[in-house]
Design a protein around this ligand. Structure first.
Ligand SMILES: C[S@@+](CC[C@H](N)C(=O)[O-])C[C@H]1O[C@@H](n2cnc3c(N)ncnc32)[C@H](O)[C@@H]1O
Length: 393
């Protein structure tokens, strides 16, 4: 049993991003396994784009296998639940353990039988896989009330096992609605997933100061995904974009967000070239997906890559200089810039990523993740987004 509470988070597909987001927002975090992190603070899963589930640690085994976990769960929950007077719904998810859905099911059934003797009734969520997916966990409201429990059983890289009681899963229905329900979408400027927009915003803002009224600027706002997510995270949103059409799209989308997603936060969007425009203060943090150059379905030739990379470096470099002259020192930014992936999975980065100090910025230190790991891409994508987490010197 813990004297001070500890938490576990199950990280999303690109786990370095999830880990960096947790560290930047909460601090007190360390990697536990390739897909999980251990935290000193209770994370709010709905505010995070890079974590799938979170839970409070209730049991720990220094090492062991599913058999040992099975015994521990039976002992602990037979004792804890034998005199509860309500029905309990239980799901069990394991991460990093060598076990099967069937084994897990067997533990649940044994516990159900033991509790029945005490008059406690248990409804088990069946496991097709060792871990319940976030949709199943969320639809069953697991972790959201004391009688709907999901156990997250996670084996760390060092062999230690923790059992945590979930405090909620990412609401993928709401995320899908925010993504696909928006009135204006544009395949050409690209579809930034709301989860990534949350990550970018959180990496930019960092620790949240409750009660502070922050304004987040996106100088390449496009259809407004980052601005929308910033408003849902309780920040005022300010967007500019070179294209009038994108300003119209953002305007319509953010009005929709205010009406449909019930955010009270304000927004304003105006046309402006990020290389030359003057923004109206206050700007408390900058979160954006900058110009990414043209999309590629296969790695470009070396000469084409040189051309596109040079062009992006020029535009983003002028943007960084322009905005740098306007921001107070210490203003944090998270800027997604392109990085190109070769067939051997190596990346070509923008030259400016190696010369940030000459542009007037320094990287914000993130302990558990190296800056080159902050990459978001799908397996079929050539143009990855590299997230620069920086501050104005
Ligand atoms: C990759 S998209 C960003 C998409 C955006 N995240 C969204 O939610 O739709 C890049 C955007 O930058 C805009 N853009 C390109 N060059 C620009 C410049 N010099 N100044 C401002 N915006 C620019 C494009 O019009 C486009 O909307």
């Amino acid at each position: 049993m813990y004297t001070s509470d500890m938490y576990i988070a199950i990280l999303g597909r690109q786990s370095a991003l999830g880990l960096a987001e947790l560290e930047r927002v909460y601090g007190g975090v360390s990697r536990f396994s390739h897909e999980s992190a251990r935290l000193e603070y209770a994370p709010d899963i709905q505010r995070l784009g890079g974590s799938l589930k979170a839970g409070k640690i209730v049991l720990e085994l220094p090492r062991g296998d599913w058999r040992a976990v099975h015994t521990k769960i039976l002992q602990h929950y037979e004792k804890n639940w034998q005199s509860v007077d309500h029905k309990i719904t239980l799901g069990i998810s394991t991460y990093g353990l060598r076990t099967s859905g069937r084994d897990i099911q067997r533990t649940g059934i044994t516990l159900k039988q033991q509790l029945k003797k005490h008059g406690t009734s248990l409804r088990l969520i069946p496991n097709a896989e060792p871990a319940l997916n976030t949709a199943t966990a969320h639809h069953n409201k697991l972790g959201l009330s004391p009688n709907k429990v999901e156990l997250l059983v996670v084996q760390g890289a060092d062999g230690a096992i923790v059992v945590a009681e979930s405090t909620g899963s990412q609401n993928i229905t709401a995320l899908a609605r925010r993504d696909q329900g928006r009135p204006k979408r544009d395949a050409f400027v690209g579809m930034l997933p709301p989860k990534l927009a949350q990550i970018i915003t959180n990496l930019a803002v960092g620790p949240r100061h409750s009660g502070s009224n922050l304004t987040i600027l996106d100088p390449f706002c496009g259809t407004g995904v980052i601005l929308q997510e910033a408003m849902l995270l309780d920040y005022d949103a300010y967007g500019t974009d070179l294209a009038d059409k994108m300003i119209d799209f953002s305007q319509v989308n953010l009005e929709w967000a205010q009406q449909t997603l019930h955010t009270q936060k304000s927004f304003r969007v105006t046309q402006g070239d990020a290389m030359t425009t003057t923004w109206q203060p206050p700007v408390d943090a900058v979160a954006c997906e900058s110009y990414l150059g043209q999309p590629f379905s296969a790695p470009p030739s070396p000469s084409k890559l040189r051309e596109v990379r040079g062009n992006c470096d020029h535009i983003i470099g002028l943007f960084l200089r322009n905005i740098g002259a306007q921001l107070p020192a210490g203003t944090p930014l998270c800027v997604a810039v392109p990085a190109w992936r070769a067939v051997d999975s190596t990346f070509t980065h923008l030259p400016l990523t190696n010369e940030l100090d000459s542009y007037g910025y320094r990287r914000i230190k993130i302990q558990g993740v190296s800056s080159r790991e902050l990459l978001y891409y799908r397996e079929d994508q050539v143009v990855a987004r590299e997230l620069l987490v920086i501050e104005k010197i």
